[in-house]
Structure formats: C-alpha cells, structure tokens
Design a protein around this ligand. Sequence first.
Ligand code: SAM
Length: 202
Amino acid sequence: MTAAEFWNNMADRYAARPVGDEASYEATLAVTRSYLTPSSHVLEIGCGTGSTALRLMPDVGQFHGTDFADKMIAIAAAKTSGEHVTFSVSSADAGPDGPFDMVIAFNLLHLLDDVPRTLARVSAQLKPGGVFLSKSAVLGEGAYHLARIPIAVMRLLGKAPYVKFMNRATLGQMITDAGLIIEDARQLPEGSRNRFIVARKP
Ligand SMILES: C[S@@+](CC[C@H](N)C(=O)[O-])C[C@H]1O[C@@H](n2cnc3c(N)ncnc32)[C@H](O)[C@@H]1O
C-alpha cells in the first residue's frame, strides 16, 4: 500500500474524528492568526480534510490547501465554500508556486520520509519575509522512542503510516538548512511531543 493509499483509506475516519486536544488546537490557531493579515496568501500542505482551512478562511485573502490523498481533498472541498478557498491534490514536496505569505504544515513533517525535500519546496514557495508554521511530533527523544516497535508492527498490518523519529534538534536543523530562520520553537502544549515552529524566509 502506498502512503497516499493509506491516507485515502483513513479519510472518512479522519473527517469524523473530533479534535484530540481542543485547547492546544485553539492555541495553535491563535498564534497562526497573529501572523496573518486580511490579504495573506496562505498554502497549507498535508491539509487533510480541511479543518484548519475552515477555521482560518475568514482571516485570510486566499487559502489553498494541498494533500496527496484525493479523498481528503474531496472532503475538504465539500466542507468549505468561497472563491478565496481552494484545494488541489499534490504531494507536499510539489504543489503551487505561489509565492505565499504563509505555508502551514500541521501534523505532517513526521510523516514524510524526505523532510528536507519538502522544506526546500516550502522555502521556494514563500515570499521573502513569509513565514512557515509547522506542528509535528518529535518522537525521536525521551520515552517516545518506545513507540518504534508498536508502530513498526502496526505498519506491517497496514494500520499505521510511515513515521519519522525526529528530535527537536534535527527538526530545527532541517528547517535552518532550508534557508529559514526560526523565530519561535516550543512544545505545544508544553511537555507534549508536539513541536510548534515558526520560521521566516529572509
Ligand atoms: C495527520 S494528517 C494531518 C491533517 C491536517 N494537517 C491536520 O492537522 O488535521 C496528515 C495528512 O498529511 C497527508 N500527507 C501525508 N504525507 C503526505 C505527503 N507526502 N504529501 C502530501 N500530503 C501528505 C495525509 O494524506 C493526511 O491528510
């Protein structure tokens, strides 16, 4: 099964699933909004079923979501309406040229086997001065390492996606190596496995 097939199989369940941690999601959206203006041109990669697009669309000029799973994109497109919100099927390391004021990757980077390739694309898609906002799991540190074996077994059974075991330092270095300057990096919520990063293209 390809990665896109895995996520296509997940699409209906993902759409029906409630947000795991409402407070953390609201905090993520609040920080994201603080970087937006009513004319912002935003790209979200790995946008899934469009939940974030739906929440941010009143705050932006143009919002475009991409995902390599066409079923995710179909659900996202059905949920949102408005000429300034569009979606397309695309791998995270490709997609529209932009340029964009903001690129968002929430719950995505740890699912990619070639993170630098996607970050290079993101860097090219941003305007000078534009920002990249990422939230991804850093499973390569602390007790999260222990998840390697159960995840490997679940992957064999087709019940888990590919997962990269990054740590904070390697993730930060990859973003810096893509030519972006990190302005904010923290665990969100504090003490969790989720690394939230804001990085700007000089
Ligand atoms: C965990 S979901 C997150 C969805 C959404 N960003 C959110 O925060 O709810 C991961 C999404 O990334 C997509 N995805 C995974 N690998 C991808 C890739 N290489 N290119 C594009 N999309 C990808 C999946 O199809 C899925 O919709």
